[in-house]
Design a protein around this ligand. Structure first.
Ligand code: MCA
Ligand code: AMP
Length: 497
């Protein structure tokens, strides 16, 4: 048995699977390169048997071939983000227990000291040998664990979300059905490849459909607009911050360019927004500029996508629609009882796309479920049959630029700075980023850390989107009678942005 993506690829070997670095790679190329990658990973063994393989590769054909190679060899794929600083890589490598890191040449020198400390091997992403298509590969059942994606939450360090091949298949299938993916589709990929949005919704859905995935090295607004003009795109998916940045670039360009950019959007059949709340003003402005009413949907790393506005029919501004095919959703009150329509409740989700477990965290896994329902920690209400997201139960979870970050994780790192005695991190509303990370600091006596130097210090330890944008020095943090920092109160101390 082969992963569904691989079986599907055999149906249309000559179609273009990936377009990257100015080159078209067919499904045949992908089958061959991924078999080659699998052969190199197996090194003569019959099956990797869920060994974890971390990979640190920029977006492009080699990234995809390696991901498929890990799956075809029976391993668990653990994507690392190329822009993260080494301590973030080290955490993921150690926590996942990866035995190997596959790395691009350009990043080999940076990962090597980490690999040495973690005692893992490093392998380059060499092109396939001519005979690689003949490598014998193991049979992969749907229950086989496929991927670990790290997600921040209410615990201080990120947890590894384990999805099986069956979970991924279910997450992909529901989106293909709901959004009408076709082999003729052509999507532009600008999202990071260490999260579900970029991995499942864009890359895997495209490849499962026999469509073309055009990959950019990263997001850059002007380049994306030019691709809208030059490439035969039918689909685009991104986070609200990306749409805001595209709007800003459009507004800053001359009228003649704006016209060309706007006209180019008419060839796309669908544009989707998700990962964070889409402000109604962004939805409206984007509709004026592009003629597209964004389809907003709601999901989470642990469950894939759960709720979506319709492909055909009314897409209500400020709403995330209804459950996707095969996904069960309910709202419950504080006692765990389902609520009536019109009453807010926690979103709980059940279905074949829901993840297997948090890696090596049985307690947290158990605590995340009630009677088989996954507890998202998000609060919503159903109005006229459609879900509206109201917010999150925890103030310690911040969504910035579409990334979920944990206030506790950032606090833990800041407290290792020699000048900081106490600190508390909050998310402040931000027009462009949705929320931005802000930190209140109580310095050690006689110290006054400089914000710019503090940011540089933090950037060497944390992903850039976790690094506080604002610092506020305080004599003491506002605490309640129990001594707990009152974060709602704290947010009000920061100057309005
Ligand atoms: C970067 N910068 C920021 C942030 N990130 N400032 C404030 N808040 C932030 N969050 C600053 C950097 O410090 C730097 O400035 C400058 O922006 C450029 O940094 P860079 O990393 O190059 O930014 P970018 O490439 O422009 O990134 C913006 C982005 C990115 C493209 C919107 O954040 C992104 O790709 N977001 C998507 C995340 C995503 O896919 N989430 C899905 C999670 P300086 O140099 O001055 O410091 S999966 C999920 O949520 C579920 C399943 C779902 O529902 O989808
Ligand atoms: P992640 O853990 O990175 O998968 O982020 C999932 C979280 O993103 C969810 O729990 C929500 O809080 C948030 N989210 C995703 N889509 C939306 C949306 N359309 N509107 C509001 N919040 C969203």
């Amino acid at each position: 048995m082969e992963p569904g993506l691989v079986q599907q690829a055999r149906q249309h070997p000559d179609r273009t699977a990936v377009l990257a670095e100015g080159t078209c790679f067919s499904y045949r190329d992908l089958l061959r390169a991924s078999a080659g990658a699998a052969g190199r990973l197996l090194q003569g063994a019959a099956d990797l048997e869920e060994k974890r393989v971390a990979f640190l590769l920029p977006p492009g054909f080699s990234h995809v071939a390696t991901q498929w190679g890990i799956w075809r060899a029976g391993g668990i794929a653990v994507p690392l983000c190329t822009s993260h600083p080494p301590p973030e890589w080290e955490y993921v490598i150690r926590d996942s227990g990866a035995h190997l890191v596959v790395v691009h040449n350009s990043l080999a020198e940076r990962i090597r000291p980490v690999a040495r400390r973690c005692d893992v091997a490093v392998m380059d992403d060499a092109p396939p040998e001519p005979d690689s298509a003949s490598v014998r590969l193991p049979s992969i059942p749907p229950s086989r664990r496929a991927m670990i994606v790290y997600t921040s939450g209410t615990t201080s360090r990120p947890k590894g979300v384990v999805s099986t091949h069956g979970n991924l298949e279910a997450q992909i299938e529901t989106l293909i059905r709901a959004w009408g993916w076709q082999p003729q589709d052509h999507i532009l990929h600008v999202l990071p490849l260490h999260h579900v949005h970029g991995i499942v919704n864009v890359l895997c859905c495209a490849l499962r459909s026999g469509a073309t995935c055009e990959m950019l090295p990263g997001f850059q607004a002007g380049e994306v607009w030019e691709r809208f003009v030059r490439s035969p795109l039918t689909l685009f998916m991104a986070v609200p911050t990306v749409y805001s940045m595209l709007i800003t670039a459009w507004e800053a360009s001359p009228a003649s360019r704006r016209k060309i950019w706007s006209q180019a959007c008419s060839k796309l059949r669908l544009m989707v927004s998700g990962s964070a709340a889409l402000p109604v003003q962004v939805l409206r402005k984007w509709q004026q500029i592009s003629g597209h009413r964004l389809l907003e949907r709601y999901g989470m790393t642990e469950i894939g996508m759960a709720l979506s506005n319709p492909l055909e029919g009314e897409r209500r501004a400020g709403y995330v629609g209804t459950p996707l095919p095969g996904v069960q959703v309910r709202l419950v009150d504080d006692q765990g009882k389902p609520v009536e329509s019109g009453t807010p409740g926690e979103i709980q989700v059940r279905g074949p796309g829901v993840f297997e477990e948090y890696w090596r965290r049985p307690e947290e896994t158990r605590a995340a479920f009630t009677d088989g329902w996954f507890r998202t920690g998000d609060v919503a209400v159903v109005e006229k049959g459609s879900y509206r997201i109201l917010g999150r139960q925890s103030v310690d979870i911040i969504k910035t630029g579409g990334y979920k970050v944990s206030a506790l994780e950032i606090e833990e790192v800041l407290l290792t700075h020699p000048d900081i005695a106490e600190c508390a991190v909050v998310g402040l509303p931000d027009r462009e980023w949705g929320e931005c990370v802000a930190a209140a600091l109580v310095p050690r006596s006689g110290r006054s850390p400089d914000p710019d130097r503090l940011r540089l210090w933090a950037k060497a330890r944390l992903a850039v989107y976790k690094v506080p944008q604002h610092f506020l020095q305080m004599d003491e943090l506002p605490r309640n009678v129990m001594g707990k920092v009152n974060k709602h109160d704290l947010a009000r101390h920061f100057p309005a942005g």
